[in-house]
Design a protein around this ligand. Structure first.
Ligand code: SAM
Ligand code: SF4
Length: 358
């Protein structure tokens, strides 16, 4: 079983912090969809079993009506999409219409991810988002036919206070959103935010994360990955497969795939992609499986399975037993049977713990 990610490089406007490949002129959409279908027909094996589809971006909800159905129908015709497949579409509140919802429900989409970021209207303006708090509530209600909803929130936005975050969390929790992603703002080179000279206060971001963690866990959410929380078992099957190193295809401009121990990165030139010329960069990472497994597994609440790591050629207890014991003794790691799991308080220093075990 494999996953499929599809990148849609269109947005209503560019957010101040965003460095994702997006911003193609909207008139090019039909040509882009055609190029996507061409790439999928060249790379997807007929009858291949598919367990998750994730249409992200960019903003898939700005596509013209019929585009998402065409993409999903193509995959269904070509592959064996599991009847229980998780099919997610990312959307921004301002482009969620009744017609959009009818289309995706008809196409079998059973999960949506909605970018709220914050419920403070002034902050939303500062980061150049086209929606406001009311618009988000309207879109959330419009999406009522799709039960499995995820909401994205951001930490560390310029001027964001602890109160702002508490208010956004309270709003999303009051809706019983089954899944919440919390992204700590990264100031990427070339973005409007970067050019404005803004820099992140990492200590304050850590305080915000702590507030969110406490609030969400108190309200019944499980943190199953450092940035992802869910009610019951509403975790993202698609994203969990990334952290579990399951193979996936990435289609579209700038999309990445992980197949048979190789990472394949599609070029990020939209014009070239539309013309059907997508250069790819292939990196054989099969020799780095153990390192990658350490890095990815410790982000999750399942943690690192020592036997699985052994199958990748690393006996962690033999090689780093002393370090593991020290991390357990200091309360940063917990041993659960054959698994090592980061402890609650260790997420702030996750990167240094991971490095010390590699
Ligand atoms: C790439 S966007 C695509 C979804 C949709 N277009 C949106 O903006 O809601 C996915 C999520 O990435 C997060 N994101 C984008 N740029 C980021 C940045 N520089 N730092 C942290 N999170 C970021 C936002 O929370 C956003 O919802
Ligand atoms: S809407 Fe999403 S993808 Fe588009 S610019 Fe904003 S963050 Fe980036």
């Amino acid at each position: 079983m494999k996953g499929i990610y599809i990148h849609i490089p269109y947005c209503a406007k560019r957010c101040a912090y965003c460095s994702f490949v997006s911003g193609a002129p909207h008139e090019s959409m039909p040509f882009y969809v055609k190029a996507l279908i061409k790439e999928m027909s060249e790379r997807l094996t007929v009858g291949e079993e598919i367990s998750t589809i994730y249409i992200g971006g960019g903003t898939p909800s700005v596509l013209y009506r019929g585009a998402i159905s065409e993409i999903i129908a193509f995959i269904r015709n070509r592959c064996a999409v599991s009847p229980t497949a998780e099919i997610t579409v990312e959307c921004n509140p301002d482009s969620v219409s009744k017609e959009f919802v009818d289309e995706i429900v008809g196409a079998g989409v059973n999960r949506v991810s909605i970018g709220l970021q914050t419920d403070n209207d002034e902050l939303l303006k500062t980061i150049n988002r086209p929606h406001d708090r009311q618009g988000f509530l309207r879109a959330y209600a419009e999406l009522s036919k799709i039960k499995n909803k995820s909401v994205d929130l951001m930490l560390g936005l310029p001027g964001q206070t602890k109160e702002d975050l508490r208010s956004s969390l309270a709003l999303v929790v009051s809706l019983n959103a089954p899944h919440i992603s919390l992204y700590a703002l990264k100031v990427e080179e070339g973005t409007l935010l970067y050019n404005s000279g803004f820099s992140v206060d990492e200590d304050f971001e850590a305080d915000l994360y702590e507030i969110a963690y406490e609030f969400l866990t108190k309200n019944g959410y499980n943190r199953y990955e450092v940035s992802n929380f869910c009610l019951d078992d509403n975790y993202s099957r698609h994203n969990f497969a990334y952290w579990d190193m399951v193979d996936y295809y990435g289609f579209g401009v700038s999309a990445h795939s992980y197949l048979d121990g190789k990472r394949i990165a599609n070029d990020d030139n939209i014009n070239k992609y539309i013309l059907g010329n997508c250069d790819v960069e292939i990196t054989d990472v099969s020799a780095d499986k153990a390192q990658e497994y350490i890095m990815l597994s410790l982000r999750t609440s399942v943690g690192l399975n020592l036997n699985r790591l052994l199958s990748y050629g690393v006996d962690l207890i033999k090689e780093k037993g002393k370090k593991v014991d020290e991390l357990i003794k200091n309360g940063f790691l917990v041993r659960k049977g054959d698994n090592l799991v980061l402890s609650e308080g260790a997420y702030y220093i996750m990167n240094s713990i991971i490095c010390s075990l590699m």
